[in-house]
Design a protein around this ligand. Structure first.
Ligand code: B12
Length: 326
């Protein structure tokens, strides 16, 4: 008697030669070809396709895809469903949210994504400022994460230095850091050195990210580094960034790291944190070759009209910066 289940089993385990043999045997026994096709192949495969994914009816891959596509409402819905299905908060965070943001970071580095796409994806992941009305997936997950005691990768303080009100780049860096699993303490804009020191003391964060977009506010970065030293916080590592900032400027002022963009900032923060954890004096972390510097310097010197055009057409800016990417 022909064993149609054996045909299905052979197919699903990739033993196609064995499946072919069993089909021939069934045909020889007089089983109609249409029946073999329907019962041994179509029906079981259809059933498999409509079966709930392991861990419930939610696929964390779909959640990652919703983050990548910036579909906030879908991401929120899938996070709720994943929690209801009993998937652990940590698994949802790592395989859904962080996996999605990692891919966003990869696409950003590869110039496949530009600033707007990253911002939209980051908002699907976390939208703390509008948590009550338009939460991101992270706001849904947060209570379960806290309950489960899931550890963050580490704390990073971030802010735009005193006198500087630019925050788009700083926000992108903060979002990418959050996306990578860091706890981010955002001091916002126009932050005086003392506030960075105070926050480092209060939170115990070992990494501080400073952003500056104006040549006139860049020296504030050095002021912060000196203030940290004066306060005895020698183990706190400082990474810097912003359009006019370069690796050589970081070297000049004694910053521990520099990154030309938000995705590379995650790599630098990760390395600085591990250096800080080891308790040794961190060697300066070089994020990317200096080839981005001329593009950035010229953007800073260019007339405002040109700069706004560069912002509107990030392709050009990114193409110029491409060589500098890690
Ligand atoms: C948008 C903008 C504004 C907005 C800011 C809105 C906001 N909420 O941020 C407004 C209109 C308020 C503004 C005001 C001014 N601006 Co303005 N502005 C810009 C502009 C067009 C874009 C900046 C931007 O958002 N870029 C997009 C983001 C994504 O890029 P980014 O900031 O470089 O960030 C990336 C990296 O640098 C890095 N990064 C950033 N921060 C950090 C931090 C860390 C730790 C790390 C690791 C990495 C990192 O990662 C980010 C993401 O990839 C730039 C021109 C330019 N091309 O940069 C001028 C520009 C910066 N502004 C300029 C000027 C002169 C001003 C004003 C003085 C104008 C005026 N006369 O009032 C004021 C200053 C106000 C103040 N006190 O800060 C000049 C600066 C010139 C100079 N050499 O100093 C520029 C270069 C324009 C120009 N060519 O003249 N500005």
């Amino acid at each position: 008697m022909a064993d149609l289940k054996a045909i299905t089993g052979a197919f699903t385990s990739g033993k196609t030669a064995q499946a072919a043999e069993l089909i021939e045997k069934a045909l020889a026994e007089g089983v109609p070809a249409a029946q073999i096709l329907r019962d041994a192949i179509v029906a079981p495969f259809k059933a498999k396709a409509s079966a709930p994914a392991a861990g419930g009816s939610v696929s964390l891959k779909s959640l990652a895809e919703a983050i990548i596509g910036g579909k906030r409402e879908v991401a929120v819905e899938l996070t709720k469903k994943a929690l209801e299905a009993g998937i652990s908060a940590e698994k949802i965070l790592n395989e859904g949210l962080i996996a999605g943001m990692n891919e966003v970071g990869r696409r950003f580095k590869a110039n496949e994504f530009y600033v707007p796409e990253v911002l939209i994806a980051a908002r699907a992941m976390s939208n703390a400022k509008e948590a009550a009305t338009r939460p991101g997936a992270m706001e849904i997950l947060q209570p379960a994460l806290s309950k489960a005691g899931v550890q963050s990768k580490g704390k990073v303080i971030i802010g735009t230095v005193k006198g500087d009100l630019h925050d788009i780049g700083k926000n992108l860096v903060a979002m990418m850091l959050k996306g990578a699993g860091f706890e981010v303490i955002d001091l916002e804009i126009d932050v005086p050195a003392e506030k960075f020191v105070e926050s480092a003391k209060k939170t115990g964060a070992k990494v501080i990210g400073l952003s500056a977009l104006l040549t006139t506010t860049m020296p504030q970065m050095k002021t912060v580094i000196e203030a940290l030293k004066a306060a005895g916080l020698k183990d706190v590592k400082v990474m810097i960034g912003g359009a006019p900032v370069t690796q050589s400027y970081a070297d000049e002022i004694g910053a521990n790291g520099y990154a030309p963009d938000a995705a590379s900032a995650v790599d630098v923060a990760t390395r600085l944190l591990s250096e800080a954890g080891k308790g040794g004096a961190a060697a300066p972390v070089k994020a990317a070759p200096a080839s981005k510097a001329p593009a950035k310097a010229s953007a800073a010197k260019a007339p405002a009209k040109k700069a706004v055009a560069a912002k509107k057409a990030p392709v050009a800016k990114k193409a110029a910066a491409k060589k500098g990417r890690k």
